[in-house]
Ligand binder design. Structure first.
Ligand SMILES: C[S@@+](CC[C@H](N)C(=O)[O-])C[C@H]1O[C@@H](n2cnc3c(N)ncnc32)[C@H](O)[C@@H]1O
Length: 302
């Protein structure tokens, strides 16, 4: 194969370099155009064993995309609900620094092991200053966030617990869904994160939202002016309590706005490819399958 002849004498390359310099995330116009879709149906992936041990992880590809859209190399990325460390691994691979906070020992240890494995795979050397750093902290994010410096974070990327929904799901699946598509075909595992009362997965929706408001205030303080705060959340039903639809993503956005963030964008993560349809509310109330999550993008004003 012959090399392509460069007919513009590198002018196009210069233009692209100029665009990269001007954009805060280092993307050129065509890269941004291809990333700027509002519905994502190509970021899901099958879960690895460590993800199944946890039960509520998100894909690295999703993190890669959010991180490349809302930060640049060397920026600091924060995940206050780190889980198995998916955000942290993605941040390091994309040459960003990372801070992760996780309450539960089990998941904290999985994160440490995954990050060590990654560092070994890139032959990490302490003397090489080019390698990005990570700081993983075990504890309650409501407390740990207080130790993070003002205006130091470019992007928070996280998926929080959904109040005490997980307890309802576990009970429900043990009874009604034992042999259903949910368990047998969707490859779904659901585990309670911990029995710690500081775990947001053990709180009523009311208490949970109060905590989220507290966390948003800390996130606002630590985020740089112009920085971003992205929460990956799903709406859900609480039919046992006669609440057909809990609009969680709006409640999260409201808490962010109350703390001072601007509601910047809303992305839909379409998960239909990885979930089979199940029969919901037939033949009485007819509920649709909620096979998507939201990525709520908030921004601290400049
Ligand atoms: C939805 S999971 C996050 C999963 C993560 N995105 C991943 O891919 O592995 C939420 C996590 O928040 C943790 N968590 C709950 N309450 C917390 C708190 N107060 N402080 C820190 N972590 C907490 C849970 O233990 C759980 O691992």
């Amino acid at each position: 194969m012959t090399d392509t002849i460069n007919i513009d004498n590198g002018k196009n390359e210069l233009k692209i370099q100029e665009q990269r310099k001007k954009s805060f995330n280092g993307l050129c116009a065509s890269e941004w155009a291809s990333l700027s879709r509002s519905v994502w149906n190509d970021v899901s992936s099958a879960r690895a064993k460590k993800h199944l041990n946890h039960g509520a992880t998100y894909p690295e590809k999703l993190c890669d995309r959010v991180i490349s859209m809302y930060s640049n190399q060397k920026d600091v990325i924060l995940d206050p609900f780190m889980g198995t460390g998916t955000t942290i691994i993605s941040a390091l691979k994309n040459k960003r620094e990372a801070i992760g906070i996780e309450l539960t020992d089990r998941f904290y240890n999985i994160s440490i092991a995954s990050i060590n494995e990654y560092m070994e795979s890139i032959k990490f050397n302490l003397f090489n200053k080019d390698y990005p750093k990570s700081n993983l902290i075990q504890g309650d994010c409501c407390e740990v966030l207080k130790n993070i410096a003002n205006n130091s974070i470019q992007l928070t990327l996280t998926s929080p617990p959904y109040a005490d929904l997980i307890h309802k799901v576990v009970k429900d699946r043990a009874k009604t869904h034992k042999n259903s598509y949910f368990v047998t075909q969707n490859n779904a595992t659901t585990n309670i994160y911990s029995d710690d009362e500081r775990d947001l997965g053990n709180m009523s929706l009311k208490k949970y939202l109060e905590k989220v408001e507290e966390i948003m205030q800390e996130l606002f303080r630590v985020t740089r002016p112009g920085g971003y705060n992205a929460w990956v959340v799903k709406d859900y039903r609480d039919t046992k309590n006669k609440i057909p639809y809990v609009d969680l993503h709006s409640k999260i956005a409201n808490a962010g706005q109350k703390a001072g963030f601007l509601y910047h964008d809303l992305i839909i993560w379409d998960q239909n490819q990885h979930r089979k349809l199940v029969l919901l509310g037939f033949p009485s109330v007819f509920y649709v399958n909620q096979n998507h999550s939201y990525i709520v993008i908030m921004r601290k004003p400049k």
